[in-house]
Ligand binder design. Structure first.
Ligand code: 5GP
Length: 116
């Protein structure tokens, strides 16, 4: 798997506004936020997308969702709600080939996912 912008963020080669980090996961604010809260939760393991997950990655993916839950609680958007989004591949609109979970909230969100 080649290098990409998120691997550079994991290696701290380029800056990011990091909101959570542990041995397995990094979470940082999206550079082009779609809402007041827009955070990307990524595994440190280089996984290109949901399409390339293996059975052994199950606990890691579960942890990504638990980290999202915790960040939402910390930012006080749990009660009002938020959106979690994972794009997969070209037709899914995935731009960065490293698995990432979008946590989007802090405002009422419109539904604007439609075929190109
Ligand atoms: P995708 O379209 O692949 O689901 O989402 C990629 C996301 O990464 C986009 O929302 C985009 O704004 C964000 N992004 C791309 N490059 C950077 C970067 O260098 N830093 C940060 N913080 N976010 C980025």
């Amino acid at each position: 798997m080649g290098d990409n912008i998120f691997l550079k963020i994991i290696r701290k080669e380029i800056p990011a506004d990091i909101v959570y980090e542990d041995d397995d996961i990094l979470a940082f604010r999206d550079i082009h936020p779609l809402a007041p809260v827009h955070i990307l939760i990524i595994p440190k393991k280089p996984i290109a997308s949901v399409a390339s997950l293996e059975a052994a990655d199950g606990p890691l993916v579960g942890k990504m969702f638990l980290v999202a839950q915790g960040i939402a609680r910390d930012l006080n958007i749990s009660e009002k709600g938020y959106k979690l989004l994972i794009r997969v591949g070209r037709d899914g609109g995935q731009e960065v080939p490293h698995l990432h979970l979008h946590l989007i909230g802090g405002a009422r969100l419109t539904e604007n996912i439609h075929p190109v």
